[in-house]
Ligand binder design. Structure first.
Ligand code: TYD
Ligand code: MG
Length: 457
């Protein structure tokens, strides 16, 4: 019997070291190295389901001679999820589904499991009891006779059940609760996560069964566990949103079978998550009277156009230092836009409090929202409302110039579709654009002063 082999792992980033070190050389965190047993003394037997295919001799093949057959995808019956996955689930694929605690990961996966028709699903939970899951399934309304629930955390036992049941889809909630007998360290540690994910990966590839792995997210927004987990899986989906709001965004971070530009939107309701097929309609509040400080931005989330309401409040600072706060929009970018307004355009905002808020608790990184933010701030500062059928799509540069943005025709079409009458875009977006094609007035501007003159002058 050989000696047990151990090594030290950084619990923050997964870096390895043969001896203990106080500070991780790769991520710089202090006191994160923990000794983990990576191989037990005795010889471990691989469970029956995992054959040693790696030992099979594989010959190189000409790429055009490799048969792919007809691409086969399993439709999940959930339009948002299907789209995000690139048109359905690919057999044998391993999908990592990450998100903060309480965001609705278990809800979405259970909803998927109990609503899939004619597909045998095994939902393995290491976090909740069968009763809890049953109660939740009733709450979200089940109509299924082929969904099995298993509360188990040992991968060996899970594989034993899988051998008997032969499910066509496996859902694991969550990877951090699993443990494998091949490794001694505790569940959730870097080496356990890696080993369990590795076993599941081999199972998925060899049996052709697609697997969803639910994973937790750490405070800083990255998936808990080592980066290797992200490298191992085929697709990484992230579920995000503000827990105090009802909207949830489903993003693709990585996808070996489709683009990463897709976005799914859900609304959390009393009876589960509902797909939102037209996001723009819910992100714009329909109010009767016009108020100042509101501007609508025509943004893109990946490939999806979305009109979002930006609200700003500018008021004289009550205390010496003016406050700047923003939800859904990068605070540093707001500071930059305010500096541009102050320095290039002569608006005196230095001594004022500025608050910015995007509707629906949604975060936007598309730079095309800049012009709407600037106009909302100016509208609040002047206390003059912007007409409700006007929207904006342009970036603002450091010298106050209005810069062009990508996919302008899609943004214009979306605004037109939603009944907007005027859209402000950059004059540099003119090339290749045919304004006669649209039934909406397209105003092209080059400088903030021009927009100001047109709106409030
Ligand atoms: P959950 O799926 O347990 O989150 P996660 O697995 O990501 O930790 O969902 C948690 C929240 O969702 C919970 O706080 C209550 C809410 N919820 C609803 O609002 N409606 C519902 O129908 C369900 C099942 C949950
Ligand atoms: Mg959960």
């Amino acid at each position: 019997m050989s000696k047990a082999k151990t090594t030290y792992f950084c619990q923050n980033c997964g870096a390895q070291s043969p001896k203990w070190v106080g500070r991780c050389p790769s991520c710089g965190e202090w006191n994160t190295f923990v000794e983990e047993v990576i191989q037990r003394g005795e010889e471990v037997k691989t469970p029956g389901i995992i054959s040693t295919s790696t030992q099979r001799a594989v010959k190189p093949q000409l790429v055009n001679e490799i048969s792919i057959g007809k691409e086969h995808r399993i439709p999940l019956g959930d339009k948002e999820l299907d789209r995000v996955l690139g048109g359905g689930l690919v057999p044998g694929s391993l999908v990592l589904f990450g998100g903060e605690p309480g965001i609705g990961k278990s809800t979405l996966m259970l909803q998927l499991a109990v609503n899939l028709k004619n597909i045998k699903v095994l939902y393995v939970s290491g976090e909740e009891s069968e009763q809890q899951i049953r109660m939740r399934a009733e709450r979200i309304g089940m109509n299924n006779e082929t969904c099995y629930i298993l509360t188990e955390t040992s991968t060996q036992n899970i594989f034993k059940q899988i051998e008997q049941l032969e499910p066509q889809l496996l859902i694991i909630d969550s990877i951090q609760t699993l443990h494998s007998a091949h490794i001694e360290s505790s569940p959730g540690s870097v080496s356990q996560i890696r080993e369990c994910a590795g076993e599941i990966l081999r199972y998925a590839k060899e049996s052709g069964t697609p697997v969803f792995l639910i994973g937790h997210i750490t405070k800083d927004g990255s998936l808990a566990g080592p980066k290797v987990l992200e490298h191992m899986v085929d697709t990484v989906l992230q579920f995000e949103g503000d827990r105090n709001h009802v909207y949830r965004l489903l993003r693709t971070i990585k996808n070996r079978f489709g683009s990463t530009n897709e976005l799914g939107i859900y609304e959390m309701q009393g009876n589960g998550l509902r797909e939102v097929s037209n996001p723009s309609e819910i992100l714009i509040s329909n109010r009767e009277e016009q108020v100042s400080g509101v501007a609508i931005a025509a943004t893109m989330e990946g490939m999806r156009p979305m009109l979002i309401e930006t609200q700003a409040l500018v008021s004289s600072a009550a205390y010496g230092t003016p406050q700047r706060s923003s939800t859904g929009f990068d605070l540093r970018r707001l500071a930059m836009l305010l500096a541009v307004l102050e320095k290039r355009c002569g608006f005196r905002l230095g001594a004022k409090d500025v608050f910015l808020n995007l509707a629906g608790g949604i975060k936007v990184e598309d730079p095309a929202i800049d012009l709407a933010v600037v106009c909302a701030v100016l509208s609040s500062n002047e206390d003059i409302p912007i007409a409700s059928k006007v929207c904006f799509a342009a970036e603002v540069g450091l010298s106050g110039e209005i810069r062009p943005v990508s996919r302008i025709d899609q943004r214009i079409s979306e605004a037109e579709k939603l009944g907007f009458e005027q859209i402000f875009i950059s004059k540099y977006n003119k090339k290749g654009l045919d304004p006669k094609k649209y039934n909406i007035q397209i105003t092209m501007v080059g400088k903030i002063e021009e927009v100001f003159g047109l709106l409030f002058g």
